[in-house]
Design a protein around this ligand. Structure first.
Ligand code: FES
Ligand code: FES
Length: 153
């Protein structure tokens, strides 16, 4: 069956079962690999992408149910906040294996879009649903605060 999807400003027409999770379609059909398969059950945050500006877990979202605009980390060059986060994560060396980072940057963008001076506690609360098995949490918090500083300068 054909499904229409707007991803990173591009209209895609895909021949997929509408019940297929968005994550599979992004990775296998649209060849956008930033969102990762971690748990596949809405428990780890690795698959987070933006849907009309809100973070959603793409592993549990049927592609046929999507009406809005999907945005993935691949679009970071055209998004001021994602671009600032990208630079800050590199500057703070906040990435170890990197598996969790796309989802974390997507979630961090939703925080910075409403709060350009988040405290460490606010960042922790925002990232509660995101697991990082490498344990780079301290650097992740610093990176998000560095991005916030750049955005509010
Ligand atoms: Fe989607 Fe874990 S892969 S929440
Ligand atoms: Fe490896 Fe977070 S950097 S899981």
């Amino acid at each position: 069956m054909t499904v229409q999807l707007m991803v990173n400003g591009q209209a895609l027409t895909l021949d997929v079962d509408p019940s297929t999770p968005l994550l599979y379609v992004l990775r296998n059909d649209a060849l956008l690999n930033s969102a990762k398969y971690g748990c596949g059950a809405g428990q780890c945050g690795a698959c987070a992408v933006l849907l009309d500006g809100q973070a959603v877990l793409s592993c549990t979202l049927p592609v046929g149910s999507i009406k809005g605009q999907v945005k993935t980390l691949e679009s970071f060059q055209s998004d001021r906040t994602l671009h600032a986060l990208n630079k800050a994560f590199i500057a703070e060396q906040a990435v170890q294996c990197g598996y969790c980072i796309s989802g974390i940057m997507i979630r961090a963008k939703t925080l910075l879009d409403r709060n350009q001076r988040p405290s460490a506690q606010q960042i922790k609360e925002t990232l509660q649903g995101h697991l990082c098995r490498c344990g780079t949490h301290t650097r992740i918090i610093k990176a998000i605060q560095r991005a916030a500083q750049e955005l509010s300068a």
